[in-house]
Design a protein around this ligand. Sequence first.
Ligand SMILES: [Zn+2]
Length: 283
Amino acid sequence: MSHDIRKLLDIQDKNIIFEENCVHFEKHKGQTCKFVQADLTYDPSHCPKCGKKKEDVFIYKNGKQTSRITIPMIGTHPTYLRLKKQRFMCKGCGSSFTAKAPMVKAHCFIAYTSKAQVLIKAAEAQSITNISKDCRVSHATVQRVINEEAKRYKTYFQSLPKHLSFDEFKYVKGKMAFEYINAETGAILDILEGRDRRTITNHFITHYSLAARKRVETITIDMNAGYVSLIKELFPKAKIIIDRFHLVQLINRSMNKARVKIMNQFHTSNGEDLKKYRRLKAY
Ligand SMILES: [Zn+2]
């Protein structure tokens, strides 16, 4: 029984025991959810507080602590593991401690399997909203899981490329992120959660030396971005290039405005003027 449910839930921890009738439905956050009840207990080899071995000190069972752990959905309902963890008391130092479950990080209530699910979906470039819906965890949790994982892979290059490009994009409702890119290769070097002056300044000052920043020769920015003064401070040698794409867009727009203005001047009853008007309009 326990073995089968563990297999079903991808739980390897043999100290987690499932009893008969351990699955039931319950309302949680206004939704019908599936709760799977289990017990976690084992013989602790030592006291984690004082370090004394069980042979040398009396460790006894002392109540239980229940936690609700989010696990991947089984079937059509959000699924939780209600884990009753054994509490222990150490006679040696008088402190109590709780049985540890390898399936969750300490002080965390989301199973590694659920986190893995979030990461798999993130790797498929799904939106945070979708992942949150599919994995039944909050937006904040999805973001945190992704950030935690990203941190493990984050390597800071001591040096910066000669040519950088700054960009910004919307990542959740109303929030803009900042990214900087190697302008020659197009590689994203890092993404910051904010694009305000303080976030950007702190980031570059803490991650790159002034010498490294001085080697940056050009920084390409969007026409409207207010990065000019910030760049002058952080990258004293860098020339600012206004993004060609944005510039072309701007020129086009003002050309069009001028054309319409002239065109409207010819919009009179005069036959010759009307001919010019039509020609400008067709342009
Ligand atoms: Zn102890």
